[in-house]
Design a binder for this molecule. Structure first.
Ligand SMILES: [Zn+2]
Length: 147
């Protein structure tokens, strides 16, 4: 579903270019009764223009899916409203999404074992997870000042 990110205008399609907007986020992980640890996290920052472009891309894609669903008997009752809703909802989400989490990793505050957290690309902090080895709850905080 996320495969339509190529730019039709560009001739050079040798895979994604290294992003100039990759930035480090400072996260801490805390677990009840343990000293909190720092978590390394890199995230791709979206500029206003990128947010707008991503929003329009998904909005148009979902709108086209609604148009394609239109002549399909039976399916159009569900498909058209579904894709129109997704068109609005996903484009609004992408317009508001300022960054996408790329990688998150660090020691568990409870047991110290290295964690490779699988986060959603646009998480809302603080985020509660559980350690894969000791099963303790871990709360991730974003240390950047709130915008
Ligand atoms: Zn642990």
């Amino acid at each position: 579903m996320d495969s339509r990110r190529g730019d039709p205008g560009s001739e050079d399609s040798r895979g994604p270019a290294p992003s100039p907007h990759l930035e480090k986020l400072l996260l801490t992980a805390e677990s009840y009764g343990h000293v909190s640890t720092e978590i390394a996290c890199s995230a791709r920052h979206f500029t206003k223009a990128e947010r707008l472009r991503r929003s329009i891309t998904i909005g148009v894609a979902m709108f086209l899916a609604a148009v394609v669903s239109l002549p399909v008997p039976g399916w159009h009752f569900a498909g058209v409203p579904l894709f129109l809703f997704l068109s609005f909802k996903l484009s609004q989400q992408r317009l508001e999404q300022k960054y996408a989490i790329a990688t998150v990793g660090g020691p568990c505050p409870a047991c110290g074992s290295p964690q490779d957290f699988d986060l959603p690309t646009a998480p809302k902090f603080p985020l509660t997870l559980s350690c894969s080895s000791c099963r303790n709850y871990i709360k991730l905080h974003d240390l950047r000042p709130r915008a």
